[in-house]
Design a protein around this ligand. Structure first.
Ligand SMILES: NC(=O)c1ccc[n+]([C@@H]2O[C@H](COP(=O)([O-])OP(=O)(O)OC[C@H]3O[C@@H](n4cnc5c(N)ncnc54)[C@H](O)[C@@H]3O)[C@@H](O)[C@H]2O)c1
Ligand SMILES: O=c1ccn([C@@H]2O[C@H](COP(=O)(O)OP(=O)(O)O[C@H]3O[C@H](CO)[C@@H](O)[C@H](O)[C@H]3O)[C@@H](O)[C@H]2O)c(=O)[nH]1
Length: 337
């Protein structure tokens, strides 16, 4: 297929672009490099610098589809500057959808998020869980999901919203290079590398097995492979929504233990107050993705940490598929409220 990847100079978009190229697709990346890096765009992809407002000039009717990663995605920033999030995530996507309609491009894979669900009490989270986002980031992504639903009906768009849980790991020369870095695993690796004095643990009084928050970490290559599959099942007039996670939750302290195990380094801990807006537990049910996409995650937490560590050391990270297949029915992995 001939594909446009928005945000392909970012962390996840660059890994997906690499996997799309490996699968034989032709890829153009559109990215304004606001949080991404030009040198992240894999060789073999065409790069167009710019924002979503120029999508109409980049697309043409020969394109088979779009994978849309370009967005602002920091929860805390979205609380401080909600206008930025509505404009970039909702307004930007409107520009993209207008461009797709104009050129008759229907297939769309969209980066949605677990943040659309808010703080549901029941785990694991299925796609039928009522979405109640608790911050403007999640709300802006939910607004796009709703736009896609309506445009599928009205204009025969073929959209797939993939709701990612916590993405981690690296592939080839692509890993997390955010500034500031807010994500847990890269921050822990900075401590292991001696670049930060201690790991900050945000909240030790959550109602979980060790008091720290539970998240469902998914390897970025497993995530990427779901996108390659989603392109094949996108259907005009139908909006498919699928969660992507492993069904297994890890606490912050368990992730710290994994980092110590994998790196062989000490990670001193500093207990800090809860980070505002952080839910206690988020764990995905990925049964729908298994059914609809024929997908399953096959890389475990230690592989995510090892690959992120290798990336940080400047190594080319190989594909380590099959480190630990996950069962679709596995439980929440954390005690519930
Ligand atoms: N990282 C996670 O755990 C996670 C979880 C759920 C959802 N997501 C979503 O996945 C997507 C990718 O996340 P990421 O972690 O790779 O982020 P990232 O910041 O590394 O990548 C986003 C890319 O989009 C580009 N971009 C941003 N706004 C743009 C615009 N208006 N026009 C053109 N380019 C623009 C940035 O320069 C960057 O290269 C985002 O939509 C994010 O909301 C990420
Ligand atoms: O230095 C740190 C960083 C994080 N955490 C905690 O670790 C967990 C994971 O945090 P982080 O890696 O920042 O991810 P989330 O805040 O869970 O958000 C990610 O996962 C969401 C879906 O679950 C997506 O919507 C977001 O885009 C994505 O950034 C949370 O409980 C944090 O409080 C710490 O204790 N110390």
């Amino acid at each position: 297929m001939k594909l446009l990847v928005t945000g392909g100079a970012g962390y996840i978009g660059s890994v997906v672009t690499a996997r799309l190229l490996e699968a034989g697709h032709e890829v153009t990346v559109l990215d304004d490099c606001s949080t991404g890096h030009r040198d992240n765009v894999p060789d073999g992809a065409r790069f167009v610098p710019g924002g979503l407002d120029i999508a109409a000039a980049v697309l043409d009717p020969s394109y088979d589809g779009v994978l849309h990663f370009a967005a602002k995605s920091l929860v805390a920033e979205s609380v401080r500057r909600p206008d930025l999030y509505w404009r970039a995530n909702v307004g930007g996507t409107l520009d993209l959808l207008d461009a797709m309609r104009r050129h008759g491009v229907r297939r769309l894979v969209f980066s949605s998020t677990a943040a659309t669900y808010g703080e549901p009490a029941r785990m694991p989270i299925t796609e039928d869980t009522p979405p109640l986002p608790t911050n403007p980031y999640g709300a802006s992504k939910l607004a796009v999901d709703r736009m896609l639903e309506a445009e599928a009906r009205a204009y025969d768009l073929a959209p797939v919203s993939l709701r990612y849980f916590n993405v981690a790991g690296a592939y080839l020369r692509h890993g997390e290079r955010h500034d500031p870095e807010t994500h847990l695993i890269p921050n822990l690796l900075a401590v292991a590398a001696g670049e930060r004095p201690a790991a900050q643990v945000f909240g030790t009084d959550y109602p979980t097995r060790d008091g720290t928050a539970v998240r469902d970490y998914l390897h970025v290559v497993d995530l990427a492979d779901a996108h390659v599959r989603a392109l094949d099942v996108a259907t005009p007039g139908h909006h498919l929504v699928c969660n992507l996670g492993t069904g297994h939750g890890s606490t912050v302290l368990e992730v710290i233990a994994a980092v110590q195990r994998v790196t062989g380094r000490e990670v001193p801990v500093e207990e800090c107050p809860r980070r505002p807006g952080d839910p206690p537990v988020l764990v995905a049910s990925w049964e729908r993705a298994a059914q609809e996409l024929g997908w399953k995650p096959v890389r475990d937490l230690d592989t995510m940490v090892a690959d992120a560590w290798a990336f940080r050391q400047g190594l080319v990270v190989p594909d380590r598929a099959g480190s630990a297949p996950h069962r679709a029915s596995s439980g929440a992995g954390g005690s519930r409220r």
